[in-house]
Each structure stands twice: as structure tokens, then as C-alpha cells.
Write a protein that binds this ligand. Structure first.
Ligand code: MG
Length: 165
């Protein structure tokens, strides 16, 4: 079980994932979380840096699919503005929506990476689905008691993944 909580790789942010290098590695699709992975949870419009990164992925022939636990009324307009396909209310970490996207892509597992900022949803679900999971640091997160507690619980796993524990 514990193994499922560790990402296969870590990165500071999605911008460390160089589209050219991904393409060289044979990656053909990036499945990604939305809030705090690609954009802060409070942003409702795309930012330039993100658009440039997505455009570069596209140029390299890498498809992008967003998988979010957020409500459709938040996720869909933003993904439409970004020009990427999405599934809202994905019920991560359950593997169903990951597998739905994976089947839809029609690719091999080694041609797909999953990126997210949370261990107990993003990484667990990605690992359960047999995808190559990459953990990034959250861009921001709600300073609510529940959210802070959740991030606290993630810390030991994050530290091990970072090679610091
Ligand atoms: Mg997130």
C-alpha cells in the first residue's frame, strides 16, 4: 500500500518538464491535475507561462488531458480557455477516470505521464492506474484547517520522494 503513495518522479513545477525532453523520452501524452499543479486554485483565467508550456507540448506532438476533482463549472471553462480536454469531478484517487483517459488516448503506459501536486489523490490514483506519476510542489493552496492538515500528512512521503528522509 505504502508504495502506492510514492511518486515515480518529482519536479518543482510542471515547467521543469521540458516538452522537448519528454518527446525524446517517447512521451506522447501528459495527464495532469489542474488546481495548484497547472494554475493556482483561485485563478479562473489562463496565464501566459502556462499557455506557452501547453503550446510547446502541442508542438512536440504531446497531448494534454486534465483530470480534476474540481466542479465542472470551475474546471470546464478554464480548460476550454486553455484548449485542453478535461474530466471534472474525477473522483481521484479512484482509478476509473485515469483509466478512462488512458484508454481514450490509445497509448502505451510508458508513453504517458501523470502530473499532480497531491499524494493522497493525484499520486495514489496515478499509481493505482499503473501510470508514471510525477509529483510537483503546489503552486498555492487554500489556507483552511483541512487543507493545511492534509499537506502536513503528505510531508513524510514528499521528503522520501525528494531523497531527504
Ligand atoms: Mg491539485
Amino acid at each position: 500500500m505504502k508504495k502506492l503513495l510514492f511518486p515515480k518522479a518529482i519536479a518543482h513545477s510542471v515547467y521543469d518538464l521540458d516538452p522537448g525532453r519528454l518527446a525524446e523520452r517517447g512521451i506522447k501524452a501528459v495527464i495532469s491535475d489542474l488546481d495548484d499543479t497547472l494554475t493556482p486554485y483561485y485563478h479562473t483565467a489562463p496565464n501566459e507561462k502556462l499557455c506557452a508550456w501547453l503550446a510547446e507540448l502541442k508542438k512536440q506532438g504531446i497531448r494534454v488531458f486534465i483530470l480534476s476533482n474540481g466542479k465542472k463549472r470551475r474546471v470546464k471553462p478554464l480548460c476550454d480557455a486553455l484548449g485542453v480536454e478535461c474530466i471534472a469531478m474525477a473522483m481521484k484517487p479512484l482509478p476509473f477516470s485515469y483509466l478512462r483517459v488512458f484508454r481514450r488516448l490509445g497509448l502505451k503506459r510508458e508513453e504517458v505521464v501523470y502530473v499532480g501536486d497531491q499524494i493522497f489523490t493525484d499520486i495514489l490514483g496515478g499509481n493505482l492506474s499503473g501510470l508514471h506519476t510525477i509529483l510537483v510542489e503546489p503552486i498555492a493552496y487554500k489556507q483552511s484547517k483541512r487543507e493545511i492538515k492534509k499537506r502536513e500528512l503528505e510531508k513524510p512521503y514528499r521528503r522520501v520522494a525528494e531523497g531527504k528522509a
